[in-house]
Design a protein around this ligand. Structure first.
Ligand code: G
Ligand code: G
Ligand code: MN
Ligand code: NA
Length: 249
């Protein structure tokens, strides 16, 4: 299979980097960062292709371990450099169909301790879900006093069922619903219903893929709490403060 040598090398030598994409509050402060894996090899395509290859080769568990062990190491490097704020959250993309082993979980607990309170585990509803693994992962997040987020919300074939089952702390509304929301009445209706549901159930709504000031303004007016996207900040190779321009009241 094309790329499988690179995949093995990447998994064995942990040859990845992470980009950090800030998530902003309504006040324009940083709520946290999403960690986005980037393959180090120029000849490896994007992370999505790497994940597809890993899926085809039944190596998703190793990908999951790579995410956690290399991702938090990258976070610690930023923390040591004084770049990470003391209560900023760390959003980790986690594969719902696999779970870390007990040993891996313990190793993370011993290495990172209280940092794990700040973890937000993202699971996309697009991924074929093993409910057993998903619930084990949710239990892990709860034990760590972390949070659970449903990623890419609105793209799956059964969004409502996932919401009811996962009981997430945060809903990350997919870019497809956010795109030009300020101009599209149907998207607005769906968002308002979702915000209503979220409010009733104590769930925080985060809008992904915010690309324009018009979208941000509209989302704020509707009552969305958290914002992520190119207009707020592109993913960065290191953690840095937000430009103050997004602060608007
Ligand atoms: O950053 P980019 O657009 O390349 O991300 C593409 C996809 O890869 C996104 O759906 C994102 O959730 C996923 N992704 C990014 N980093 C990781 C990671 O560390 N682990 C997993 N499982 N998925 C990731
Ligand atoms: O599936 P997930 O939501 O984890 O995917 C995250 C991916 O979306 C990242 O690779 C990131 O580069 C990309 N992304 C982040 N903000 C924006 C945005 O405003 N517009 C677009 N088109 N992509 C974005
Ligand atoms: Mn994500
Ligand atoms: Na997403």
């Amino acid at each position: 299979l094309a790329g499988s040598e690179e995949l093995n090398r990447m998994l064995d030598k942990k040859e990845v980097r992470f980009a950090f994409q800030p998530i902003a509050t309504r006040e324009g402060t940083i709520y946290g960062y999403e960690l986005l894996m980037r393959p180090k090899f120029a000849n490896m395509k994007g992370i999505s292709e790497v994940l597809n290859l890993a899926r085809a080769q039944a190596k998703l568990s190793q990908m999951e371990a790579l995410t956690w062990f290399s991702g938090l190491k990258a976070v610690m490097a930023e923390a040591m450099a004084g770049q990470l704020g003391t209560d900023e959250k760390l959003f980790i993309n986690s594969i719902a169909s696999v779970c870390l082993t007990e040993e891996e979980q313990m190793e993370l607990e011993e290495t990172y301790g209280e940092l794990l309170h700040r973890i937000v585990i993202e699971m996309t509803e697009g991924e074929p879900v093993s409910h057993d693994f998903m619930h084990r992962k949710i239990d892990m997040a709860r034990r760590w006093k972390g949070q659970v987020a449903v990623d890419d919300f609105g793209t799956g074939y059964n969004s409502e069922a996932i919401l009811l089952r996962m009981r997430p702390d945060i809903i990350k509304v997919d870019i497809n619903l956010v795109k030009r929301i300020n101009e599209d009445q149907n998207r607005q209706i769906i968002l308002r219903n979702l915000l209503d549901f979220a409010k009733q159930n104590n769930i925080t709504v985060l809008a992904e893929g915010v690309e324009t000031p018009e979208e941000l303004e509209f989302l704020m007016k509707c009552g969305v709490s958290l914002f992520q996207g190119y207009y707020i900040s592109r993913p960065q190779m290191e953690i840095r403060p937000l430009d103050p321009y997004i602060v608007r009241r």
